[in-house]
Design a protein around this ligand. Sequence first.
Ligand SMILES: *Cc1c(COP(=O)(O)O)cnc(C)c1O
Length: 483
Amino acid sequence: MNYLSTRGSSKLSSSFDALMKGLSDDGGLYIPEKLEKISFIKDEIENFQYTDYAKKIISNIFDDIDKKDLFEQIDLAYESFEKDILPIKDLDDIFYMELFHGQTFAFKDFALSLLPRLISLALKNKNIDKDILILTATSGDTGSAALYGFKNVDRTKIIVFYPNKGISEIQKRQMTSVDGNNTYAVGIEGNFDDAQSNLKLIFNDKEFKEYLDEKGYILSSANSINIARLVPQIVYYFYTYNTLLKEEKIKEKDKVSVCVPTGNFGNILAAFLARKMGLKINNLICASNKNNVLTDFINTGVYNIKRDFYITNSPSMDILVSSNLERFLYYQLGEDPEIVKKLMEDLKEKGEYRVDKDKLKSIYAYSFDDEDTLKEIKRVYDKYNYLIDTHTAVASLAANEYLKDHDEKVMLASTASAFKFAHSTNQALGIDYNDQLDAIDCLEKATNILADKRFKEILNKKEKQNYSVDKSEIKKIIKEIIN
Ligand SMILES: *Cc1c(COP(=O)(O)O)cnc(C)c1O
């Protein structure tokens, strides 16, 4: 497969190149040159397991990776999930896709369990004699999923930088207790933006990259601009739709839309790509918290980041610049890189861009605040005895709003376990707890619903390391770690 940059000045001729490089030098994001329609015969729908869908769909895009190698790595990657990789909870007209049965209890495990394995394959196949050093800034869920994914993966080292303030205790513990021989988590004095912007400086620091080169490392990143973060996420939309067909919960003639709680626009873009590949999805529903920049954009055609930033109880969606929206714009605006380039320049220079609102048909958007979110968790629990986390609750509100004037079914991305944000779940349900770490126990006791056993293992594990540095010392700590 060839890959093109959304801004037009770069073309790569292999999947390995695209997944090793991540971001294009022109600032754009890579997209596959063509997306083929994919279909499933009756026999496949009857018999396919999750990993069969993964093999068929991922190899359709990464068509230049040796199938035997790829399939082997897909099997190994999804062994880290619970036995039922993706349970679907059916609550009236909404199907909650439980994307949180991987190692770190959020949907990011679907891509980050596989990406490190593909990087290993790339090193082998391209005869690269250097190791890969992954540097990633995180506001929480990406960091833990990436550390678990890369743990003990040959010829890789990963350092995750998280803000000392702003992430939950459970998220922090998940990162600092990972005991791989190649995994490191470093707290930064400052917020996520400080971590992110200082890392970006390192990615553009030629001298430092030469230093790393001498030490035998190539620099790369595991954030969601990487095409290999996106492709594995296409799979679960096909899997869910076909499973619902098989179980006769939907019929071919039903209209089915997809609702996704959205931050960086990666997960919802995967649904968009699934539709481009032939999956019968009607509309996309983009759900946001109080940081409603996407809602405004979809409803008005104006993307404007000159606005207040809020810290909310759905922190993984607290974001103003949604990187993957660039890929969506590319497709919606006629696959013209010049137009995309111009919009991104506008964003940089003026803090906003405008597109014709008519180009945004077939995507709906809603936003809700913290209080709405907590009420929705309580409503769903009271009515169905079912726990949803804060991010899923935002989507649940959006789906219900959408269904008020659409006679359809909705597949809803449940992006995290309610126990991962147990303090908020407790708050919603009026359950007492002392601190964020005993919140899981309190939630279990009060509801009689059990958390994944692996939560307790994490809470009982010792912290492997406790690095904490000022943002000016990022380079120093990297040197210390690799030497
Ligand atoms: C990352 C994340 C999101 C946002 O997903 P995007 O792909 O960035 O839009 C939503 N919910 C949870 C729990 C997440 O971890």
